[in-house]
Design a protein around this ligand. Structure first.
Ligand code: HEC
Ligand code: HEC
Length: 353
């Protein structure tokens, strides 16, 4: 039969078609593989960017400062946007105040550009996101509750006095002149971000979140193990943290040692430390996503506060001993519990009625 195909030709055709298909597949791969390899960083970065926080410290950049407000929308207090400020002079002052909270050491630390009067911590190291993070020790209630009577001093305290308390204790430094441009800017910032909270009321989610008490003393020995596993990668095994390339600001702040807060600071009290750590550390967690158990948070806090740090003598603190908080680590006390139990707990039986 004439139009029947020659089996040899047919076999040849099949081979040619297979070769053609192979060439097409290969050339597609040759084009695609280098595209993937060259852009792998970008592609991996794209997927990683979901749900990850940027751990790099913020740069000194006053144009970005307007846009770094918390984006949390919830039942909790959020600060008003700085862009609402229409008056230029006030805007500059509030921006400078925020800058000082975020980069205190750059301006006032051991290598400060304006003065050298603090230990190198930034306010923001403990008052997270420029003092706006929910339960990140935020400033939501400052404008609404000061001036107020404080038992620690036994006096009415203004915002300026409270700010200087942190300068002298948390920043182990010298108080700011209350008339200085820096103090005015910090106060302007605190007043602006708290302006929508009703006078006398507390903002929801301000300060620190409560944590349940343990029925045993917090244990520094157990805490050391937690520290090595969960904290030392950033704060270092020696607790001294790490600094930026100029040695001006901490990237990971010192938790103890000569460059950390002194023993008169609020964070030196175990319950404050445990509340701060449980809902804010390791860096990146929030009150909605804590990763440490309560016991680990208490124990690691006990470890941090048992390490050496600067001492500040404050004989005038707590003129009324019965008002001392139960976790105040130094006697004398108005009750019969030991100094050790006040420092490390257990606290259930100590709670004031
Ligand atoms: C080492 C951590 C730490 C640093 C650094 C720090 N603070 Fe504080 N600050 C605290 C703690 C903890 C409290 C709450 C203390 C308490 O309730 O006993 C607090 C309380 C405050 C309050 C009162 C808040 C309120 O609602 O009553 C103000 C205002 C304040 N700090 C301002 C500052 C400023 C300004 C700076 C920087 C110059 C600063 N703090 C640096 C730990 C710190
Ligand atoms: C991924 C790095 C990282 C890890 C891990 C980490 N921290 Fe932090 N920590 C930070 C950073 C960064 C800050 C300052 C936050 C800021 O300025 O915004 C900080 C601040 C602190 C502060 C307040 C500032 C000071 O100097 O006292 C304490 C206390 C603290 N961390 C304790 C801990 C503890 C305890 C752990 C382990 C459970 C821990 N951190 C794990 C990065 C880390």
């Amino acid at each position: 039969m004439e139009n029947q195909k020659d089996p040899v030709v047919e076999a040849l055709q099949r081979v040619v078609f297979r070769l053609l298909r192979l060439v097409i597949v290969l050339s597609i791969l040759i084009v695609l593989i280098p595209l993937f390899v060259l852009n792998s960083a970008a592609i991996i970065g794209f997927f990683k960017s979901f749900g990850q926080e940027d751990l790099s410290p913020q740069l000194i950049d006053s144009t970005a400062i307007l846009t770094t407000e918390s984006t949390e929308t919830s039942m909790y207090w959020t600060p008003p946007s700085l862009t609402l400020i229409k008056e230029d002079k006030l805007l500059d002052e509030v921006i400078y105040g925020k800058e000082l909270i975020m980069h205190t050491a750059y301006y006032l630390g051991p290598k400060g550009t304006i003065a050298q009067q603090t230990n190198g911590l930034n306010c923001q190291n403990c008052h997270l996101n420029a003092g706006t993070k929910v339960f990140g020790n935020n400033y939501g209630s400052v404008a609404s509750t000061y001036p107020k009577m404080r038992a620690r001093s036994g006096k009415m305290e203004s915002i300026e006095k409270r700010v200087n308390d942190c300068f002298e204790r948390s920043l182990n430094g010298k108080a700011l002149n209350v008339k200085s441009k820096e103090m005015k800017a910090i106060v302007a910032y605190l007043k602006f971000i708290g302006k929508d909270v009703k006078k006398g009321e507390k903002a929801t989610g301000s300060g620190l979140k409560e944590i349940a008490f343990l029925d045993r003393p917090a244990d520094p020995t157990k805490g050391k193990i937690v520290y090595e596993n969960q904290c030392a990668s950033c704060h270092q095994s020696n607790g001294e943290g790490t600094k930026d390339e100029h040695g001006r600001e901490f990237i990971y702040p010192a938790l103890w040692g000569t460059e950390s807060f002194n023993d008169a600071a609020g964070l030196y009290r175990l319950t404050n430390m445990a509340r701060y750590v449980k809902y804010n550390m390791p860096f990146g967690v929030s009150h909605e996503s804590p990763t440490l158990s309560d016991a680990d948070a208490w124990d690691v806090s006990a470890y941090v506060i048992s390490m050496p740090r600067p001492h500040k003598s404050v004989p005038k603190d707590w003129p009324d001993k019965s008002k001392k908080p139960m976790d105040h680590p130094f006697g004398p006390y108005a009750d019969n519990f030991s100094e050790q139990q006040h420092k490390f707990g257990p606290y259930q039986l100590m709670q004031k009625k």
